[in-house]
Design a protein around this ligand. Structure first.
Ligand code: 0A1
Ligand code: ZN
Length: 876
């Protein structure tokens, strides 16, 4: 067993203790059935629980119940009061028999629950969030995912204020009580861990539909929202039905209850929650109509609805043995929702978006102080491990297995996994073993993807021997150390590869190259002329690739590669090389040699793509977007925010100016396409705002007028927000007029007002900091709503040039937020530590200020363990 008091541990890390994966033990006791009775009100809820306990194995250890909130007011064992004792973060008592019935009562104050974990109030309704350890805030319980029980839930509340009473499973009975109260009894026949328990009580409106499963079962579907929002649920409902059909078609998985309910709440820490039969959603992932939601929002809703639905199998039917296995359900489910969204729209665009996300959040995480394997070895607060690594890198790991196996064998591996572990709490190892057997793969070395943190570095070089017609691909892998993992064993890296003939502009077929050694060379015969290397096509492995390739070859790939991702990647690389060279040149002549492609060539490639008929508008917009400043920073040893900002801005201006006419043509062409949700119309909207952005970057004299015109005439949020985002960065009268009109139009619509905050703090306007200070004091800003906090602060901290302004005032602003928010909502606060934790990547002055802020946070008395863990790790 690992020692928690290691020499390096910060004193703050010793209590509460670090939990280690290696210490896993099955529970001493299990709960077979749970009967819960709730008397609900906003300020006080009374809970009465009956638990059927069973001793697990031969031992004489006491029953220990986790508890983080109300202690039991009464606790009886087989009808007799028990003398329980407090023990750590729980209570314990002795039970002489192997089976026993425990009854207990607790009392909760939901409207004071600002952490939004357990039972809480949101906008006059009541709801729960139990993943990962929220159930213990409702009653003391064996609150771990390998303790699976059958739940029966009786809810009682005032009928007028809480006409809707929901829990997991199916409604058994309901009726009226005295004094204007009513009740509803729910039963869920599927044994489940406590993190999947849920209840909702409120005055909600339902949108209803139904789905017939492939075996002919009718499922009643409902989406519950606050009155007034029911006109915005159609897209979510559509996504739900499409997900149900897709999981049957692609995985053979059918829904298993007669009802599937979704509830939207406005105060929620995360995106959504997959409670059995009763998904609870952050309202931003349910509510949409053309006037209030962008195409991006529509896609996000479709993806999250699918994600939660797919959890019914990958997460609920087969759940996790312990929280170290989180990626078992999350990585797999993200992979499943990515494939679903690809099938619903454009596979190429979806892949680019997912890789962009991965590089924007997971790669930096993996290169910093909070790096951890997709299956972590230890944690202090599990909420801190709902990370991009566990989710998105976890999905990449599943994707690599799918690539290596091919679709049929991958499906056979999944079938075996679900068949073998249905109804169980499983491990990542169980999944890998099922995949090995079902898909006939040897995953011995591949298991390292679960063990090692960090992004592998792969170097590739293609050598050509004209005399023999041989092309030799030289590959090499290495891996930087990450916290706690100084030495990295070799990884198996699947690289989809093609050699493209320069004359034919085509290849002879793709090869899956498995890089398993430190260095490897592969020969390809029959190439009289050197072909062009296209490698890691479709981003088949989540690695950083360094390919020795002439810039002319990159331009060739942009024009001729048949893999859309590879085309995108080649242009990104061209642009990155150009910008890095421009940044070096800002220091004056005599810097590094400039091998990057010329600006003229970049403009020529962009010029071709602006009107290339072979790509659709959605892909066009994707490919012609410049890498973000943050991503450029990631490519540099020491991030230089001002230089990156200046170089990128200059390149945008050049692309805007020199292609001004084509951009105007695109903007006009796209503006003529009427609103619809068709792929063409959506693509047109995407390319329209991209073109507008370049027109604005060109500083064309009519740019503000065109943007304002797009804003004012928009009949949908995509165009309106697209124009406003551009205006928000401009110093023009139209900016204030548009922002005010947007605010006035949508006052009272929280999700749109969130956009209004974000557009300002994420802008390139020179006074963002001052605007930020005003917005913090705005009457609509509140610390108690996580969406609002994120809407204001997240674009600000992601706005590299602003957040990292040399004075350090951006860091101070974030530190003030952390100190104020932590006492209210530690889980949401802890997510804001990572931006300060990147201090090693910056110059000494900035690094010193960032560290100083982390130390100021750590000095705060009573700091939550969520924030403590992230700060201590960031300082180590
Ligand atoms: N399992 C959910 C994510 C989630 C995790 C923790 C939460 O606590 C506030 C909420 C949701 C998912 O993957 O969608
Ligand atoms: Zn999930």
């Amino acid at each position: 067993m690992a020692d928690i008091q290691t020499a390096t541990a910060h004193p703050a890390m010793q209590d509460p203790p670090v939990i280690y994966r290696a210490d896993y033990q099955p529970p001493d006791w299990r709960v077979e059935t749970v009967a819960l009775e709730f008397d609900l009100d906003l300020s006080a809820a009374e809970v009465h629980a009956t638990l059927a306990l069973v001793r697990n194995g031969a031992h004489d250890r006491p029953v220990r119940l986790d508890c983080d909130g109300p202690l039991p007011q009464t606790l009886d064992l087989d009808g007799q009061p028990v003398n329980w004792r407090s023990e750590g973060h729980g209570i314990a008592f002795d039970v002489p028999t192997d089976r026993a019935t425990v009854t207990l009562t607790t009392r909760i104050a939901p409207d004071t629950n600002t952490q939004l974990m357990g039972l809480f109030a949101s906008n006059g309704m009541l709801c729960t969030q139990c993943e990962a350890e929220g159930f213990r805030r409702i009653i003391p319980f064996i609150d771990r995912p390998d303790n699976m029980a059958v739940y029966e839930v009786l809810l009682r509340a005032d009928k007028r204020r809480f006409p809707v009473l929901l829990s997991n499973g199916a409604l058994v009975e309901s009726g009226d009580l005295e004094d204007g109260r009513h009740y509803a009894r729910w039963h869920d026949p599927h044994p489940k861990p406590s993190y999947l328990f849920a209840l909702v009580a409120g005055d909600l409106m339902a949108t209803r539909d139904s789905f017939t499963t492939k075996s002919g079962q009718t499922v009643d579907l409902a989406i519950f929202v606050r009155a007034g929002d029911e006109g915005r649920t159609a897209h979510a409902m559509q996504a739900l039905k499409a997900s149900m059909a897709w999981d049957e078609r692609v995985y053979g998985l059918e829904y298993d209850l007669p009802v599937f309910n979704i509830v939207a709440v406005s105060d929620f820490n995360m995106g959504a929650m997959e409670n059995k039969g009763l998904n609870i959603f952050n309202s931003r992932y349910i509510l949409a109509d053309p006037d209030t939601a962008t195409d991006y929002d529509y896609d996000a809703i479709e993806g999250v609805v699918a994600h939660e639905y797919f959890h019914n199998w990958s997460g609920n039917r087969v759940t996790c043995r312990d929280w170290f296995q989180l990626s078992l359900k999350e990585g797999f489910t993200v992979y499943r929702d990515q494939c679903f969204s690809a099938d619903m729209g454009s596979e190429a665009v979806k892949r680019i978006e997912d890789v962009r996300m991965l590089r924007a959040s997971q790669f930096p995480e993996d290169a910093g102080p909070l790096a951890h394997p997709i299956r972590p070895d230890s944690y202090m607060e599990i909420s801190n491990f709902y990370t991009s690594t566990v989710y998105n890198k976890g999905a990449e790991v599943i994707r690599m297995m799918a690539t290596m196996a091919g679709p049929e064998r991958f499906r056979a591996g999944c079938d075996l996994y679900f068949r073998r572990h249905d109804g169980e709490a499983a491990t990542c190892e169980d999944f890998v073993r099922a995949m090995e057997e079902g898909a006939s793969l040897d995953l011995t070395q591949f298991r390292r993807w679960y063990e090692q943190a960090g992004t592998p570095q792969v170097q590739a070089r293609l050598e050509h021997d004209a005399a023999t017609g041989t092309a030799t691909l030289h590959l090499r892998q290495n891996f930087a150390a990450t916290p706690g993992q100084p030495v990295k064993p070799l990884m198996p890296i699947p690289l989809r590869t093609a050699l493209i003939d320069r004359d034919m502009k085509a290849h002879r077929g793709e090869t899956l190259v498995m890089l398993t050694e430190a260095e490897q060379s592969l020969q390809f015969e029959g190439y009289a002329r050197a072909p062009v290397l296209s490698i890691n096509r479709g981003f088949s492995a989540p690695v950083n690739l360094d390919v020795a390739r002439a810039s002319g070859d990159l331009a060739f790939l942009v024009r001729h590669d048949d893999d859309p991702f590879a085309r995108y990647e080649a242009l990104q690389q061209l642009v990155i090389d150009r910008l890095i060279a421009d940044i070096a040149a800002l220091d004056g002549p005599g810097g590094a040699e400039d091998h990057a492609v010329s600006l003229d060539e970049i403009i020529a490639v962009f010029g071709d793509l602006v009107s290339d008929q072979r790509i659709d508008d959605s892909m066009r917009a994707e490919i012609l977007s410049l890498p973000t400043e943050a991503f450029l920073g990631e490519q540099m040893l020491v991030v230089r925010p001002e230089a990156i900002h200046a170089a990128r801005r200059a390149l945008r201006k050049a692309i805007g100016l020199r292609l001004l006419d084509p951009w105007r043509i695109v903007h006009e062409r796209a503006s003529a396409v009427p609103y619809s949700l068709s792929r063409e119309a959506r693509g047109a909207r995407k390319v329209k705002s991209l073109a507008l952005g370049y027109i604005a970057s060109a500083e064309a004299s009519d740019a503000a007028a065109i943007a304002f015109d797009q804003f004012a005439r928009a009949d949908n949020m995509t165009d309106r927000q697209g124009a406003l985002a551009i205006l928000a960065s401009m110093q023009a009268d139209e900016r204030e007029t548009a922002l005010d009109s947007f605010y006035n139009r949508y006052q009272g619509n929280a999700l749109v007002i969130d956009k209004w905050f974000s557009l300002q703090t994420g802008s390139a306007h020179p006074r963002v900091h001052e605007q930020m200070l005003e917005l913090i004091r705005h009457k609509d800003f509140t610390l108690t709503n996580p969406n609002r906090v994120r809407a204001l602060y997240w674009p600000f901290v992601s706005n590299q040039a602003v957040f990292h302004e040399a004075s350090g005032r951006g860091y101070e602003l974030l530190t003030d937020l952390v100190l104020k928010l932590d006492p209210l909502n530690p889980q949401t606060t802890a997510r804001f530590i990572a931006p300060l934790g990147r201090w090693r990547r910056f110059d000494e002055a900035r690094a010193g200020m960032m560290r100083g802020c982390l130390e100021r946070i750590l000095a705060q008395p009573g700091l939550s363990k969520d924030v403590t863990e992230q700060v201590v790790k960031s300082l180590e």
